[in-house]
Design a protein around this ligand. Sequence first.
Ligand code: IPE
Length: 250
Amino acid sequence: MILIKLGGSVITNKKRPLSARRKAINVLAKNLRKIKEPIILVHGGGSYGHYWSARYDMHTKEKRYDMRGVAIVKNSMIQLDKIVLDALLHNKLNPYSVPPTDFMSGNRPIAAKVKEMAAIAKAGLIPVTYGDALWFGQKKTYILSGDKIMTHLAKILTPKLCIFALNEDGLYSDFESKELIYKIDNRRPTIPENAADVTGGMRRKVQEATSIARAGTSVFFVNGNKPERILEAVKNKTFEGTLFRGKRNV
Ligand code: IPE
């Protein structure tokens, strides 16, 4: 079992609201077809969900956000999900759409439902889920990121590995020279102080990747615009990207 997160900045153009990068999605789908083991896909919000959650000032903290914003973020994520699902179908894959409301209750994953996703994947379908605006309780809602979903799924399913397809080659130790960090050892999980891009969106990804690696599963950060790198990571070949080594996969 392999978990793959398609980053919002790979599948959408983050500079333009509500614009999907259909060609990139199509190329990804073509390459995913070459993976011969069960996979679960998670995708981000990019210029769909992120655009609207920023407009309505909605964040990952559970709060009483504008319900109009909740409705619009959810709707936009279904729109983006549909584009991803269509591309998968078109490339002869068999996606099985699983909105996060299916396996989340409040801010907790429902283990039985997550395990059901694994059974679905093993049966030859590809469960596809995504970051979204979710109900928490007492009129509070929150943004559940696709990155957080990866952690929830990885902790319950202990997959062979987790792959984050990014719009970058991996994690850079220095943003100017774009020097890649190739390996982050779980026994030495602190990221170098000078790691220039461990801010904002990337910081959250690093936090989730570290948490997954500590729970035992290795995590790869690869450039989703070069999907052959995803295949190399799956085959455990040398590849271009950053590896967070999990203790089960040393
Ligand atoms: C986005 O999920 C969730 C919403 C804003 C609705 P992510 O936070 O995982 O999205 P990307 O990959 O960073 O765009």
